[in-house]
Design a protein around this ligand. Structure first.
Ligand code: ATP
Length: 326
């Protein structure tokens, strides 16, 4: 983009580990290209309420290993209204910002897309969500760390599960997507993985548990995505309890620990590369696109596509996980 002098960066929606590494990459790449950078705090709220501050190179010191986001994140209802977005645009103009990098999920891109069209203003997106459900990238920033967090937790649960011949039903994040459940299920040797993308036939789980009991299996781990159609871990425990009243069953809901923690090296590297490419993309005149990595290639996918489509899960992995845990 000609005349690009100052960009701004924000994080929005649910936070994810690696957002800071992405901010760092955006700041350092922008400064390298002699661009000024502002930080917008608390997502789109910061645009509307003028929480916008210049970022110098020191802001990026030692943040690559930090979870969360130093710019804070938030959901913002007001940005969904034309009046809210107008206020946001006025603040952007007041700070002489020429282009925006938004880090978040598909909601963040939906907001960025409307803003871009309403004010003919360049916006580019980075995929920051633990859910990995964004179309246009093989991995989202934060997903790998979240899976590692789940696997570490399940390894610990397995120790106690084995010692007591227990069944642990572990609920993981994923209201609409089973990526976290699937990958952590394979890595932790789960007996069954229940995900929103496939219909859950609960009798299959009961048969699998019956087989384990007949074969004197010492313990079992079942992973349930919070958005599974049968219900969450508590519903699964209830039906298991009805069928196997003598079986010792425990529920663990991992919750928000899945969002936190120092990002894995994979997430740091992904965030660094995508953050760098976002700034190059803006310099090159790109806008209204999310920067992703597909088959190790950098791909710019229009916001419209990332909003409309979802990344497809590889259902075969579920089958593989179940065979390997048999
Ligand atoms: P996560 O994957 O963690 O849910 P997300 O980016 O999808 O992240 P959302 O809460 O859906 O999170 O969206 C973040 C923010 O983007 C919203 O709070 C709102 O400010 C803005 N936004 C989302 N959808 C729209 C829309 N249709 N119009 C305007 N703004 C929107």
């Amino acid at each position: 983009m000609k005349d690009l002098k100052k960009i701004a960066v924000l994080t929005s929606g649910g936070d994810s580990p690696g957002m800071n590494a992405a901010i760092r990459a955006v700041v350092k790449t922008a400064l390298h290209h002699k661009l000024d950078v502002d930080g917008i705090y608390k997502g789109y709220n910061g645009m509307i309420n003028d929480i916008i501050k210049p970022l110098d190179r020191h802001i990026a010191d030692n943040i690559i290993s930090l979870g969360g986001t130093i710019l804070k994140s938030a959901r913002c209802k007001e940005f969904r209204t034309p009046e809210g977005r107008k206020k946001a645009y006025e603040n952007i103009k007041k700070h002489n910002i020429d282009a925006l990098v938004v880090i978040g999920g598909d909601g963040t891109f939906a907001g960025g897309n409307i803003f871009m069209k309403e004010f003919d203003f360049p916006v580019i997106g980075l995929p920051g969500t633990i859910d990995n459900d964004l179309y246009g990238t093989d991995y989202t920033i934060g997903y790998d760390t979240a899976v590692n967090t789940v696997v570490t937790a399940i390894d610990k649960l397995r120790d106690t599960a084995t010692s007591h011949d227990r069944l642990f039903i572990v609920e993981v994040m994923g209201r609409d997507a089973g990526f976290i459940a699937l990958r952590s299920g394979i890595a932790s040797g789960a007996k069954k993985i229940l995900i929103p993308e496939t219909k859950t036939h609960i009798e299959e789980l009961l048969e699998r548990l019956q087989k384990g009991i007949s074969e004197n299996e010492a313990s079992a781990i079942v992973i349930v995505s919070e958005g599974d159609d049968f219900g969450g871990a508590m519903e699964v425990k209830k039906i298991v309890g009805e069928h196997f009243p003598d079986y010792s069953t425990r529920v663990t809901i991992l919750g928000h620990i899945q969002r936190g923690g120092s990002p894995s090296s994979y997430d740091r590297i992904l965030a660094s590369g995508l953050g760098y490419q976002a700034v190059l993309g803006l310099l090159d005149g790109k806008k209204g696109v999310m920067v992703g990595s597909v088959n190790r290639e950098i791909v710019f996918t229009p916001f419209e596509k990332t909003i409309k489509h979802h990344s497809k899960i590889n259902v075969e992995l579920k089958h593989i996980a179940e065979i390997l845990s048999g």
